[in-house]
Design a protein around this ligand. Structure first.
Ligand SMILES: Cc1cc2nc3c(=O)[nH]c(=O)nc-3n(C[C@H](O)[C@H](O)[C@H](O)COP(=O)(O)OP(=O)(O)OC[C@H]3O[C@@H](n4cnc5c(N)ncnc54)[C@H](O)[C@@H]3O)c2cc1C
Length: 425
Protein backbone atom coordinates (compact mmCIF):
# COMPACT_ATOMS: atom_id res chain seq x y z
CA UNK A 1 0.00 0.00 0.00
CA UNK A 2 2.84 2.38 0.88
CA UNK A 3 4.31 1.57 -2.53
CA UNK A 4 1.38 3.28 -4.21
CA UNK A 5 1.87 6.56 -2.35
CA UNK A 6 4.41 9.15 -3.40
CA UNK A 7 5.09 10.64 0.05
CA UNK A 8 5.77 7.60 2.24
CA UNK A 9 9.10 5.87 1.99
CA UNK A 10 9.36 2.53 3.75
CA UNK A 11 11.35 -0.65 4.17
CA UNK A 12 10.09 -4.09 5.23
CA UNK A 13 12.32 -6.05 7.63
CA UNK A 14 11.69 -9.81 7.42
CA UNK A 15 13.46 -12.17 9.78
CA UNK A 16 13.43 -15.21 7.48
CA UNK A 17 15.91 -15.51 4.62
CA UNK A 18 13.14 -16.16 2.07
CA UNK A 19 9.40 -16.72 2.01
CA UNK A 20 8.94 -20.37 2.94
CA UNK A 21 6.46 -22.60 1.08
CA UNK A 22 4.66 -23.64 4.27
CA UNK A 23 1.67 -25.91 3.89
CA UNK A 24 -1.47 -24.02 4.63
CA UNK A 25 -4.11 -22.00 2.90
CA UNK A 26 -5.67 -18.62 3.43
CA UNK A 27 -9.15 -17.27 2.77
CA UNK A 28 -9.68 -13.67 1.67
CA UNK A 29 -13.13 -12.13 1.54
CA UNK A 30 -14.92 -9.00 0.39
CA UNK A 31 -13.53 -7.02 3.30
CA UNK A 32 -10.00 -7.05 1.85
CA UNK A 33 -10.58 -7.82 -1.85
CA UNK A 34 -11.63 -4.27 -2.86
CA UNK A 35 -8.16 -3.05 -1.79
CA UNK A 36 -6.56 -5.90 -3.73
CA UNK A 37 -8.54 -4.75 -6.78
CA UNK A 38 -7.35 -1.16 -6.22
CA UNK A 39 -3.78 -2.42 -6.06
CA UNK A 40 -4.29 -4.28 -9.36
CA UNK A 41 -3.91 -7.70 -7.71
CA UNK A 42 -7.45 -9.10 -8.01
CA UNK A 43 -6.93 -10.99 -11.26
CA UNK A 44 -3.71 -12.49 -9.91
CA UNK A 45 -5.52 -13.66 -6.79
CA UNK A 46 -8.43 -15.05 -8.84
CA UNK A 47 -6.00 -16.99 -11.04
CA UNK A 48 -4.47 -18.89 -8.10
CA UNK A 49 -7.55 -19.40 -5.91
CA UNK A 50 -10.97 -21.04 -5.85
CA UNK A 51 -14.17 -19.29 -4.78
CA UNK A 52 -15.70 -20.82 -1.63
CA UNK A 53 -19.27 -22.08 -2.08
CA UNK A 54 -20.20 -23.82 1.18
CA UNK A 55 -19.04 -25.79 4.21
CA UNK A 56 -20.16 -29.46 4.26
CA UNK A 57 -20.10 -31.12 7.69
CA UNK A 58 -19.78 -34.89 8.28
CA UNK A 59 -19.66 -37.26 11.23
CA UNK A 60 -16.93 -39.90 11.62
CA UNK A 61 -18.80 -42.24 9.25
CA UNK A 62 -18.65 -39.45 6.59
CA UNK A 63 -22.44 -39.03 6.73
CA UNK A 64 -23.68 -35.49 6.21
CA UNK A 65 -24.61 -33.66 9.42
CA UNK A 66 -25.26 -30.28 7.85
CA UNK A 67 -24.28 -27.57 5.39
CA UNK A 68 -23.50 -23.87 5.82
CA UNK A 69 -24.03 -22.07 2.55
CA UNK A 70 -21.76 -19.13 1.66
CA UNK A 71 -23.02 -18.65 -1.88
CA UNK A 72 -24.62 -15.34 -0.80
CA UNK A 73 -21.16 -13.79 -0.19
CA UNK A 74 -20.69 -12.30 -3.71
CA UNK A 75 -24.09 -10.60 -3.54
CA UNK A 76 -23.52 -9.22 -0.03
CA UNK A 77 -19.91 -8.08 -0.38
CA UNK A 78 -19.45 -7.89 -4.14
CA UNK A 79 -16.80 -10.65 -4.16
CA UNK A 80 -16.81 -14.36 -3.31
CA UNK A 81 -14.58 -15.52 -0.46
CA UNK A 82 -11.56 -17.11 -2.09
CA UNK A 83 -9.15 -19.76 -0.87
CA UNK A 84 -5.52 -20.08 -1.92
CA UNK A 85 -2.32 -21.56 -0.55
CA UNK A 86 0.00 -19.29 1.44
CA UNK A 87 2.95 -19.35 -0.96
CA UNK A 88 0.57 -18.25 -3.75
CA UNK A 89 -0.66 -15.42 -1.49
CA UNK A 90 2.88 -14.19 -0.81
CA UNK A 91 3.88 -14.55 -4.47
CA UNK A 92 1.03 -12.31 -5.63
CA UNK A 93 1.95 -9.65 -3.05
CA UNK A 94 5.67 -9.86 -3.80
CA UNK A 95 5.15 -9.55 -7.55
CA UNK A 96 4.34 -5.83 -7.25
CA UNK A 97 6.84 -5.06 -4.49
CA UNK A 98 10.20 -3.65 -5.64
CA UNK A 99 12.89 -6.11 -4.52
CA UNK A 100 14.88 -3.47 -2.66
CA UNK A 101 11.93 -2.68 -0.37
CA UNK A 102 12.06 -5.97 1.50
CA UNK A 103 15.19 -6.87 3.44
CA UNK A 104 15.33 -10.59 4.26
CA UNK A 105 17.26 -12.05 7.18
CA UNK A 106 16.66 -8.85 9.20
CA UNK A 107 15.40 -9.94 12.59
CA UNK A 108 14.20 -7.04 14.69
CA UNK A 109 15.60 -7.36 18.19
CA UNK A 110 15.19 -3.94 19.78
CA UNK A 111 13.73 -0.54 19.07
CA UNK A 112 14.58 2.92 20.28
CA UNK A 113 12.28 5.84 19.70
CA UNK A 114 12.13 9.41 20.87
CA UNK A 115 10.50 12.72 20.02
CA UNK A 116 12.09 12.78 16.54
CA UNK A 117 12.68 9.26 15.21
CA UNK A 118 12.34 5.53 15.73
CA UNK A 119 15.21 3.14 15.14
CA UNK A 120 15.20 -0.63 15.00
CA UNK A 121 18.48 -2.40 15.65
CA UNK A 122 19.39 -3.56 12.12
CA UNK A 123 17.99 -0.64 10.14
CA UNK A 124 18.38 3.10 9.70
CA UNK A 125 16.33 5.53 11.72
CA UNK A 126 12.85 6.35 10.50
CA UNK A 127 9.78 8.32 11.52
CA UNK A 128 7.79 5.33 12.74
CA UNK A 129 8.09 1.57 13.17
CA UNK A 130 5.08 -0.62 12.31
CA UNK A 131 5.26 -3.98 14.07
CA UNK A 132 3.52 -6.40 11.70
CA UNK A 133 5.59 -9.27 13.00
CA UNK A 134 2.96 -11.74 14.09
CA UNK A 135 1.68 -13.27 17.32
CA UNK A 136 5.09 -13.31 19.04
CA UNK A 137 5.98 -9.81 17.87
CA UNK A 138 9.45 -8.62 18.88
CA UNK A 139 8.26 -5.06 18.35
CA UNK A 140 5.47 -5.65 20.88
CA UNK A 141 7.88 -7.27 23.35
CA UNK A 142 10.14 -4.21 23.16
CA UNK A 143 7.28 -1.79 23.42
CA UNK A 144 5.80 -3.61 26.41
CA UNK A 145 9.17 -3.68 28.18
CA UNK A 146 9.28 0.11 27.92
CA UNK A 147 5.66 0.48 29.04
CA UNK A 148 6.25 -1.84 32.02
CA UNK A 149 9.34 0.13 33.04
CA UNK A 150 7.17 3.27 33.09
CA UNK A 151 4.39 1.48 35.01
CA UNK A 152 2.06 1.81 32.02
CA UNK A 153 1.54 -1.83 31.03
CA UNK A 154 -1.91 -3.23 31.83
CA UNK A 155 -2.23 -6.50 33.77
CA UNK A 156 -3.85 -8.12 30.74
CA UNK A 157 -1.00 -7.12 28.40
CA UNK A 158 1.55 -8.39 30.91
CA UNK A 159 -0.01 -11.86 30.58
CA UNK A 160 1.55 -14.07 27.89
CA UNK A 161 -0.42 -15.52 24.99
CA UNK A 162 -2.14 -18.79 25.80
CA UNK A 163 -3.64 -21.45 23.60
CA UNK A 164 -6.04 -24.32 23.96
CA UNK A 165 -5.83 -25.89 20.52
CA UNK A 166 -3.05 -27.47 18.50
CA UNK A 167 -3.32 -27.42 14.75
CA UNK A 168 -1.70 -29.57 12.10
CA UNK A 169 -1.78 -28.15 8.57
CA UNK A 170 -0.60 -29.32 5.18
CA UNK A 171 -1.08 -29.03 1.43
CA UNK A 172 -1.13 -32.33 -0.48
CA UNK A 173 0.50 -33.00 -3.80
CA UNK A 174 -1.98 -33.17 -6.72
CA UNK A 175 -4.54 -35.98 -6.34
CA UNK A 176 -6.22 -37.73 -9.26
CA UNK A 177 -9.35 -35.64 -10.06
CA UNK A 178 -11.04 -38.65 -11.69
CA UNK A 179 -11.14 -40.23 -8.20
CA UNK A 180 -12.64 -37.21 -6.44
CA UNK A 181 -15.63 -35.22 -7.64
CA UNK A 182 -14.73 -32.50 -5.09
CA UNK A 183 -11.57 -31.68 -7.01
CA UNK A 184 -13.36 -31.29 -10.33
CA UNK A 185 -15.58 -28.45 -9.09
CA UNK A 186 -14.79 -24.88 -10.11
CA UNK A 187 -15.70 -23.81 -6.59
CA UNK A 188 -14.26 -24.96 -3.27
CA UNK A 189 -16.42 -26.59 -0.62
CA UNK A 190 -14.79 -26.93 2.79
CA UNK A 191 -15.31 -30.59 3.82
CA UNK A 192 -15.34 -30.73 7.63
CA UNK A 193 -15.34 -33.95 9.67
CA UNK A 194 -16.51 -33.56 13.27
CA UNK A 195 -16.34 -36.93 15.04
CA UNK A 196 -18.21 -37.72 18.28
CA UNK A 197 -15.32 -39.13 20.25
CA UNK A 198 -11.97 -37.97 18.81
CA UNK A 199 -10.91 -34.70 20.49
CA UNK A 200 -10.09 -33.17 17.11
CA UNK A 201 -11.80 -32.26 13.85
CA UNK A 202 -10.47 -32.05 10.30
CA UNK A 203 -11.05 -29.56 7.47
CA UNK A 204 -10.26 -30.30 3.82
CA UNK A 205 -10.12 -27.46 1.27
CA UNK A 206 -9.63 -28.29 -2.43
CA UNK A 207 -7.18 -25.87 -4.09
CA UNK A 208 -6.35 -25.17 -7.73
CA UNK A 209 -4.08 -27.84 -9.25
CA UNK A 210 -6.03 -30.75 -7.68
CA UNK A 211 -4.26 -30.21 -4.36
CA UNK A 212 -5.97 -30.36 -0.99
CA UNK A 213 -5.19 -28.02 1.87
CA UNK A 214 -6.07 -29.71 5.15
CA UNK A 215 -6.06 -28.76 8.80
CA UNK A 216 -6.66 -30.78 11.95
CA UNK A 217 -7.62 -28.93 15.10
CA UNK A 218 -7.07 -30.65 18.42
CA UNK A 219 -8.41 -29.34 21.73
CA UNK A 220 -5.72 -29.20 24.38
CA UNK A 221 -6.70 -29.14 28.06
CA UNK A 222 -5.83 -25.69 29.45
CA UNK A 223 -3.44 -27.20 31.99
CA UNK A 224 -1.37 -28.81 29.24
CA UNK A 225 -1.11 -25.67 27.17
CA UNK A 226 2.18 -24.06 28.06
CA UNK A 227 1.40 -20.39 27.89
CA UNK A 228 3.87 -18.37 25.92
CA UNK A 229 5.95 -21.25 24.58
CA UNK A 230 7.42 -19.41 21.62
CA UNK A 231 9.21 -22.38 20.14
CA UNK A 232 6.06 -24.37 19.51
CA UNK A 233 4.22 -21.43 18.05
CA UNK A 234 6.62 -21.12 15.13
CA UNK A 235 5.51 -22.79 11.91
CA UNK A 236 7.80 -25.75 11.67
CA UNK A 237 7.55 -29.29 10.24
CA UNK A 238 9.55 -30.95 13.07
CA UNK A 239 6.85 -31.08 15.70
CA UNK A 240 4.27 -32.59 13.37
CA UNK A 241 5.07 -36.33 13.37
CA UNK A 242 3.41 -37.27 16.69
CA UNK A 243 0.25 -35.36 15.89
CA UNK A 244 0.13 -36.90 12.38
CA UNK A 245 0.22 -40.36 13.95
CA UNK A 246 -2.42 -39.42 16.51
CA UNK A 247 -5.00 -38.26 13.93
CA UNK A 248 -4.35 -40.45 10.89
CA UNK A 249 -7.02 -43.10 11.59
CA UNK A 250 -9.93 -40.68 11.05
CA UNK A 251 -12.04 -41.43 7.92
CA UNK A 252 -11.85 -38.71 5.28
CA UNK A 253 -14.36 -37.49 2.67
CA UNK A 254 -11.64 -38.14 0.07
CA UNK A 255 -12.14 -41.90 0.52
CA UNK A 256 -9.76 -43.70 2.87
CA UNK A 257 -8.43 -41.89 5.92
CA UNK A 258 -6.83 -38.63 6.93
CA UNK A 259 -3.60 -40.64 7.05
CA UNK A 260 -3.87 -41.22 3.28
CA UNK A 261 -3.96 -37.44 2.68
CA UNK A 262 -1.11 -36.90 5.14
CA UNK A 263 0.93 -39.50 3.24
CA UNK A 264 0.27 -37.59 0.00
CA UNK A 265 1.63 -34.39 1.57
CA UNK A 266 5.34 -33.57 1.28
CA UNK A 267 6.80 -33.64 4.82
CA UNK A 268 8.13 -30.09 4.49
CA UNK A 269 4.58 -28.92 3.77
CA UNK A 270 3.23 -30.23 7.09
CA UNK A 271 3.41 -27.94 10.11
CA UNK A 272 2.17 -28.11 13.66
CA UNK A 273 1.18 -24.82 15.20
CA UNK A 274 -0.66 -23.57 18.25
CA UNK A 275 -3.85 -21.59 17.92
CA UNK A 276 -3.49 -18.72 20.34
CA UNK A 277 -6.01 -16.03 21.00
CA UNK A 278 -5.51 -12.65 22.60
CA UNK A 279 -6.58 -9.05 22.27
CA UNK A 280 -3.77 -6.74 23.34
CA UNK A 281 -4.81 -3.44 24.89
CA UNK A 282 -1.76 -1.30 24.01
CA UNK A 283 -1.24 -0.93 20.28
CA UNK A 284 1.17 2.01 20.17
CA UNK A 285 3.71 3.96 22.13
CA UNK A 286 5.56 7.01 20.88
CA UNK A 287 6.59 6.28 17.29
CA UNK A 288 5.94 2.55 17.38
CA UNK A 289 2.65 0.90 16.42
CA UNK A 290 1.42 -2.70 16.08
CA UNK A 291 -0.67 -4.23 13.32
CA UNK A 292 -2.36 -7.62 12.65
CA UNK A 293 -1.60 -10.66 14.82
CA UNK A 294 0.90 -8.60 16.81
CA UNK A 295 -2.01 -6.78 18.51
CA UNK A 296 -5.04 -9.07 17.95
CA UNK A 297 -4.52 -12.78 17.54
CA UNK A 298 -7.77 -14.53 16.58
CA UNK A 299 -8.29 -18.26 16.15
CA UNK A 300 -8.45 -19.09 12.44
CA UNK A 301 -11.83 -20.90 12.43
CA UNK A 302 -13.68 -17.98 10.85
CA UNK A 303 -10.86 -16.98 8.45
CA UNK A 304 -10.62 -13.44 9.79
CA UNK A 305 -6.99 -12.81 10.86
CA UNK A 306 -5.37 -11.89 7.55
CA UNK A 307 -8.40 -9.88 6.42
CA UNK A 308 -8.20 -7.89 9.67
CA UNK A 309 -4.46 -7.33 9.29
CA UNK A 310 -4.95 -6.03 5.73
CA UNK A 311 -7.66 -3.60 6.84
CA UNK A 312 -5.45 -2.40 9.74
CA UNK A 313 -2.87 -1.60 7.07
CA UNK A 314 -5.42 0.26 4.93
CA UNK A 315 -6.54 2.38 7.89
CA UNK A 316 -2.99 3.32 8.91
CA UNK A 317 -1.90 4.00 5.35
CA UNK A 318 -4.92 6.25 4.68
CA UNK A 319 -4.04 8.36 7.73
CA UNK A 320 -0.27 8.46 7.22
CA UNK A 321 -0.50 9.53 3.60
CA UNK A 322 -2.28 12.74 4.67
CA UNK A 323 -0.05 13.61 7.60
CA UNK A 324 1.17 17.22 7.25
CA UNK A 325 4.39 16.56 9.21
CA UNK A 326 5.80 13.64 11.14
CA UNK A 327 5.86 15.49 14.46
CA UNK A 328 5.18 13.27 17.47
CA UNK A 329 1.91 15.16 17.95
CA UNK A 330 0.65 14.20 14.49
CA UNK A 331 1.90 10.63 14.76
CA UNK A 332 0.08 10.30 18.10
CA UNK A 333 -3.14 11.60 16.50
CA UNK A 334 -2.82 8.98 13.77
CA UNK A 335 -2.20 6.15 16.21
CA UNK A 336 -5.04 7.25 18.50
CA UNK A 337 -7.49 7.29 15.61
CA UNK A 338 -6.21 3.94 14.32
CA UNK A 339 -6.62 2.34 17.75
CA UNK A 340 -10.04 3.83 18.38
CA UNK A 341 -11.46 2.59 15.08
CA UNK A 342 -9.68 -0.72 14.55
CA UNK A 343 -9.64 -2.05 18.14
CA UNK A 344 -13.45 -2.28 18.36
CA UNK A 345 -13.57 -4.17 15.07
CA UNK A 346 -10.78 -6.51 16.16
CA UNK A 347 -12.49 -7.24 19.47
CA UNK A 348 -15.74 -8.11 17.66
CA UNK A 349 -13.84 -10.40 15.29
CA UNK A 350 -12.12 -12.14 18.19
CA UNK A 351 -15.50 -12.96 19.76
CA UNK A 352 -16.99 -14.15 16.45
CA UNK A 353 -14.02 -16.36 15.64
CA UNK A 354 -14.10 -17.86 19.14
CA UNK A 355 -17.84 -18.64 18.92
CA UNK A 356 -17.53 -20.19 15.45
CA UNK A 357 -14.56 -22.25 16.66
CA UNK A 358 -16.48 -23.49 19.69
CA UNK A 359 -19.37 -24.72 17.54
CA UNK A 360 -16.92 -26.92 15.68
CA UNK A 361 -14.61 -28.05 18.44
CA UNK A 362 -16.60 -28.43 21.66
CA UNK A 363 -17.58 -31.98 22.63
CA UNK A 364 -20.37 -33.41 24.78
CA UNK A 365 -24.17 -33.61 24.62
CA UNK A 366 -24.95 -29.90 24.82
CA UNK A 367 -22.36 -29.04 22.19
CA UNK A 368 -23.83 -31.72 19.92
CA UNK A 369 -27.27 -30.13 20.23
CA UNK A 370 -25.91 -26.63 19.59
CA UNK A 371 -24.01 -27.89 16.54
CA UNK A 372 -27.09 -29.68 15.20
CA UNK A 373 -29.15 -26.50 15.55
CA UNK A 374 -26.41 -24.37 13.99
CA UNK A 375 -25.91 -26.68 11.02
CA UNK A 376 -29.52 -27.52 10.26
CA UNK A 377 -31.94 -24.96 11.63
CA UNK A 378 -30.35 -21.57 11.14
CA UNK A 379 -32.67 -19.71 8.73
CA UNK A 380 -31.19 -18.27 5.53
CA UNK A 381 -31.90 -14.71 6.65
CA UNK A 382 -29.73 -15.23 9.71
CA UNK A 383 -26.80 -16.61 7.69
CA UNK A 384 -27.16 -13.64 5.37
CA UNK A 385 -27.32 -11.21 8.27
CA UNK A 386 -24.21 -12.68 9.88
CA UNK A 387 -22.27 -12.53 6.59
CA UNK A 388 -23.42 -8.94 6.07
CA UNK A 389 -22.07 -8.08 9.55
CA UNK A 390 -18.77 -9.73 8.73
CA UNK A 391 -18.41 -7.90 5.42
CA UNK A 392 -19.67 -4.46 6.44
CA UNK A 393 -16.17 -2.91 6.51
CA UNK A 394 -14.70 -2.92 3.01
CA UNK A 395 -12.38 0.07 3.25
CA UNK A 396 -10.35 1.26 0.29
CA UNK A 397 -7.20 3.35 -0.07
CA UNK A 398 -8.51 6.92 -0.54
CA UNK A 399 -5.51 7.98 -2.66
CA UNK A 400 -6.12 5.39 -5.40
CA UNK A 401 -9.09 5.33 -7.82
CA UNK A 402 -12.03 3.78 -5.98
CA UNK A 403 -13.43 0.48 -7.19
CA UNK A 404 -17.24 0.38 -7.29
CA UNK A 405 -19.01 -1.06 -4.24
CA UNK A 406 -20.77 -4.04 -5.83
CA UNK A 407 -22.17 -5.37 -2.57
CA UNK A 408 -25.65 -5.31 -1.15
CA UNK A 409 -25.99 -3.96 1.54
CA UNK A 410 -23.49 -1.19 0.82
CA UNK A 411 -20.27 -1.09 2.84
CA UNK A 412 -19.85 1.23 5.84
CA UNK A 413 -18.79 4.68 4.59
CA UNK A 414 -15.06 5.33 4.23
CA UNK A 415 -13.45 6.79 7.34
CA UNK A 416 -13.15 10.61 7.23
CA UNK A 417 -9.70 11.90 6.27
CA UNK A 418 -8.60 13.19 9.66
CA UNK A 419 -6.11 15.87 8.58
CA UNK A 420 -7.73 16.90 5.28
CA UNK A 421 -11.34 17.00 6.52
CA UNK A 422 -10.30 18.89 9.66
CA UNK A 423 -8.66 21.58 7.47
CA UNK A 424 -11.76 21.89 5.26
CA UNK A 425 -14.02 22.28 8.34
C1 LIG B 1 -4.04 -22.57 10.08
C2 LIG B 1 -4.38 -21.12 9.88
C3 LIG B 1 -5.30 -20.76 8.90
C4 LIG B 1 -5.66 -19.43 8.71
N1 LIG B 1 -6.59 -19.11 7.77
C5 LIG B 1 -6.95 -17.82 7.60
C6 LIG B 1 -7.92 -17.45 6.62
O1 LIG B 1 -8.46 -18.31 5.92
N2 LIG B 1 -8.23 -16.14 6.46
C7 LIG B 1 -7.66 -15.18 7.26
O2 LIG B 1 -8.00 -14.00 7.11
N3 LIG B 1 -6.74 -15.49 8.19
C8 LIG B 1 -6.37 -16.78 8.39
N4 LIG B 1 -5.44 -17.09 9.32
C9 LIG B 1 -4.82 -16.02 10.12
C10 LIG B 1 -3.72 -15.32 9.35
O3 LIG B 1 -2.76 -16.23 8.88
C11 LIG B 1 -3.03 -14.30 10.25
O4 LIG B 1 -3.99 -13.57 10.97
C12 LIG B 1 -2.20 -13.34 9.41
O5 LIG B 1 -1.18 -14.04 8.73
C13 LIG B 1 -1.60 -12.25 10.30
O6 LIG B 1 -0.73 -11.47 9.53
P1 LIG B 1 0.42 -10.64 10.23
O7 LIG B 1 1.09 -9.91 9.12
O8 LIG B 1 -0.12 -9.88 11.37
O9 LIG B 1 1.43 -11.72 10.86
P2 LIG B 1 2.20 -12.93 10.17
O10 LIG B 1 1.47 -13.46 9.00
O11 LIG B 1 2.54 -13.85 11.29
O12 LIG B 1 3.54 -12.28 9.60
C14 LIG B 1 4.57 -11.85 10.47
C15 LIG B 1 5.87 -11.72 9.66
O13 LIG B 1 6.87 -11.10 10.48
C16 LIG B 1 8.07 -11.86 10.41
N5 LIG B 1 8.77 -11.66 11.72
C17 LIG B 1 8.44 -12.19 12.93
N6 LIG B 1 9.31 -11.75 13.87
C18 LIG B 1 10.20 -10.93 13.26
C19 LIG B 1 11.33 -10.15 13.73
N7 LIG B 1 11.73 -10.15 15.00
N8 LIG B 1 12.01 -9.41 12.81
C20 LIG B 1 11.62 -9.37 11.48
N9 LIG B 1 10.57 -10.10 11.00
C21 LIG B 1 9.87 -10.85 11.87
C22 LIG B 1 7.63 -13.29 10.19
O14 LIG B 1 8.65 -14.09 9.63
C23 LIG B 1 6.45 -13.08 9.24
O15 LIG B 1 6.84 -13.00 7.90
C24 LIG B 1 -5.07 -18.42 9.52
C25 LIG B 1 -4.13 -18.77 10.50
C26 LIG B 1 -3.79 -20.11 10.68
C27 LIG B 1 -2.81 -20.45 11.77
Amino acid sequence: MFERTSNIDYVILEKTSSVKALGSSLGLDASSLPVMEQLGLLNDFNAVSKPVRQFNFYNEAIESIGVVDFSCMPEIGGYPAIILDRPAFYNVLLKKLPKEKILYGKKVSSIEHDEHSATVKCADGSDIVIGADGAYSAVRTNMYKDLAARGKLSASDAHPLSYDQNCLVGVSEPLDPSDHEMLRRETCDFEIVIPKTDPFYAIYMPLPGNRVSWAVIHNVPRAEAMAGDTKLSEWHPDASVDMSNFVRHQPSPFKGTLGDIIDKTPKELISKIQLEEKFFESWYDGRVVLLGDACHKVVPSAGLGANLAILDGVHLCNLLVDIPSTSLENITKVFENYYEKRSKIAQGALTNARQFGKVMSDRGFISEVVRKLFLNYIPDWMTRWSNAQRLQYRSQLHFLPQVPDRGNPKAQPQEPRMFVDAQVA
